[in-house]
Structures are given as C-alpha cells and as structure tokens.
Design a protein around this ligand. Structure first.
Ligand code: SAH
Length: 378
C-alpha cells in the first residue's frame, strides 16, 4: 500500500534557549500564579484561559480584550507553544498521523481518525513504553520518558490547529472524542495525564466531556480506582488473554497484576452502568488467543461487569511474531461473545498504510537510528 501524503518538515533551527515560560499545560491555579509573577490580578488568568484553550490563540498580539502594553509584557515573559511537527502523513482512508517533536528532540505520534458521526484523536502519554506487550510495536521501543501535561494537551491543540477547529465549536466537531491509546501506558504517567485531561475537560476551554474521553490501560490496577474517582473518564482495558499463563506472556504486566485483580478493579470502577460500560480490548492473534473456548471463558470472566468487547484484528509490523486471526476465527469469536449479550464489534483497522493503526506507533527517530546502524554495519 502506498502512503497518500507525506511531508517531512524540518523544524526551524532552535532559538537560543527559550527562557520564556510556556503557558500551555498550565491549569487555572498555575496561570494565576504566573500572572502574579508579573503583578497581574487573578482575573487575567481566566481571560488568558479563554484565549488559549477556547480560541486557540498562539500569539498574545491577537488577545484584543487585553490592553496592548499588557500583551507586550506577556510576550516578553511567556509563549504559547505547541510541539513541532516532524512528519505528517495522510492515509487513503482519511486518517492523519503526526510525528511530533518536543524541545529535547524526543518524538511521539498522534493520530486523527475521522468517522461519519465523530472524529477521534488518539493521543500518546509517553515516549515509548515500558510494558513490552509482545504484539505491540511501541513496546519494542525502549522507554525514553513520560510526557508532561503540556505535551499531552499540546497534541490536541496542534491537531486542532491543523484541522482549523478554533474556537471550540459546540457540536459537529472534527475532534469530538479522545482516546488515550497512543504510545505509552497512561496510568504509569497518571499525574500528567490527569492534569492534561482536566484542562481538556474544562467547559470554558477545549470542553471535551469525560464521556467522550477513553483511557486505555494494560492494567495498572492500583491506579484504576483513582482514575475513576478523579477523572471518571471511560475506561478501556487491554485484556487480550483469558488466562494468566498466556496473559503473563503477551501482556507482561499481568505478572504483577493478574486477571482476577484486574477484573475486581473493573467491577469497582465508579459510575459503571449499562449506559456506561468498560471496553475490553482483545487483539486477535492467530492460534494464540482466538479459540471458541477462549471466547466462552471471556464471557464467563466478564459476568457482572457492564462491559463491551472490542475485537482488534492484529495489525502487523516488521518482525512481529504473530499473525492476525482468520476472518472465520474472528467471526466465530465475536458470535459467541455477542450471543452472551455483549456488544462485540470488530475494530476496523484505520491508517494501516501509514503505520497509524493500533499497535503500529513507534517514533521514527528510533526506527531511523536502527537503519543507520544497519547501514554502518554494511
Ligand atoms: N498502554 C495502554 C495504551 C495503549 S492502547 C494499553 O495497553 O491499553 C493501544 C491499544 O492497541 C491496546 O489495546 C493494544 O493492546 C492495542 N494493540 C497493540 N498492538 C497492536 C497490534 N499490533 N494490533 C492491534 N492492536 C494492537
């Protein structure tokens, strides 16, 4: 398959170390404190909030509700800065993937998936990932670091810049939903993720409701309760296996938090109801986890949990040690789960031609480094 659109943009040369502070990623309290440092009253923070998070301003000069000399003072002290775009890829199916570069040169990917009735932004929470799930490409990249709240919110702001979606529309949004299903384990970077999501959910700014945000975890059990109590976003669990022996192998965090503990945490997730279910993600791996017996075991495990099951055809990546289940096996599995009363849609792979589909994300810098090594070895 070919890449429909591809552009490598070279970031401008780094300016002599930026001493001005970035206001993106600041919550109201921090904005207020920043205003205090230049002797401005607290209500300025609310005005800035509106300009930054509702209007999407990137330059103080456009903030016409503020006096001109005050705007100039702000510009001396602060910036409103998005991550830089290192690469931008368009899929033939409309999916758009950005490779973003942060000030320290680290990179992550963000993916926009347009659908008929909504648009979803798949956001990364870490550079790389420590979990080493066997079927996930990101897991083969060594973890480099957690993202800051600014870098998480920045992904959304940059995507909205690209889609021209400012000020925040009331409805019909191109980015109506957010999934924390990009690179990284969001519950291993909880503080930054929580701070970023609180900014995103604020009704006077970006204003995306918690009902339209889904956090996906491989099962960091001790953080699930807190996530429910503090953020109460939708929860997705990367389950992928119905017994500990197999899950220990393919989702190694299971050795720390086995299936029974994980499902207990799910059962107790605040606010669950039939209208608000946990999504269980299950990647379909040929002859590994896709038998009818496993489908029946899955149904048994989920008993008593308001749940839906998302079957994900395995997306291949270079050197992956698995194949995707056959269509027949996926259908058979889905029928069993469905017959037991659970919605069990099969996720349509999106953006496969640009390596933007689930589990295919990996920073190009790392890939490049590897190819350079190969070259050097020749
Ligand atoms: N660490 C979190 C967030 C990443 S979500 C988590 O594990 O939930 C990424 C989703 O894509 C997970 O459900 C993951 O299991 C799935 N996935 C990973 N590799 C995949 C692949 N090669 N094909 C299909 N889905 C994959």
């Amino acid at each position: 398959m070919s890449t429909a659109g591809h552009a490598r943009q070279f970031a401008p040369p780094a300016p002599a170390v930026e001493a001005r502070r970035n206001l993106i990623g600041c919550d109201v309290g921090e904005l207020t404190a920043e205003m205090a440092t230049i002797g401005a009253p607290a209500f300025r923070a609310r005005q800035l909030w509106h300009w930054i998070y509702h209007r999407g301003a990137t330059d103080f000069a456009v903030m016409t509700t503020l006096a001109k000399d005050f705007r100039a003072r702000l510009a001396e002290q602060f910036v409103i800065e998005r991550p830089a775009i290192a690469e931008s890829h368009h899929s033939l199916d409309g999916t758009h993937k950005w490779l973003l570069r942060f000030a320290d040169g680290q990179e992550v990917e963000t993916v926009h998936i347009p659908e008929e009735d909504r648009g979803t932004l798949c956001v990364s929470s870490q550079v790389g990932c420590t979990l080493t799930c066997r079927f996930c490409h990101t897991g083969t990249q060594r973890l480099v670091r957690n993202l800051s709240a600014a870098e998480i919110v920045g992904q959304l702001m940059l995507a909205r810049d690209a889609l021209g979606e400012w000020p925040s529309p009331n409805d019909g949004r191109l980015i109506s939903n957010i999934v924390l299903m990009g690179m990284g384990e969001p519950l291993y970077n909880y503080d930054s993720v929580a701070k970023a999501l609180k900014i995103v959910m604020d009704g006077e700014g970006i204003a995306i409701s918690r009902r339209r945000i889904t956090l996906s975890t491989a099962g960091v059990v001790p953080m699930i309760k807190r996530c429910g109590e503090e953020l109460n976003v939708n929860l997705a669990i990367s389950l992928h296996a119905v017994n500990d022996a197999l899950r220990d192998q393919i989702v190694p965090i299971n050795r720390k938090y086995p299936i029974a503990e994980l499902l207990d945490a799910c059962r107790n997730y605040p606010g669950l109801s039939n209208a608000r279910r946990i999504t269980f993600e299950y990647v379909m791996l040929k002859d590994v986890n896709d038998s009818p017996a496993e489908a029946r075991e899955l149904v048994r495990l989920l008993r008593g949990i308001p749940a839906k099951v998302n079957l994900i055809p395995f997306n291949p990546w270079p050197g992956a040690p698995f194949d995707c289940s056959t269509d027949t096996a996926i259908k058979r599995f889905s029928d069993i789960v469905f017959a037991a009363g659970y919605a069990s849609p099969v996720r349509t792979p999106r953006g496969q031609d640009i390596m933007a589909a689930c589990g295919q994300l990996k920073s190009a810098s790392i890939k490049k480094r590897r190819s350079e090594m190969t070259f050097a070895a020749l």
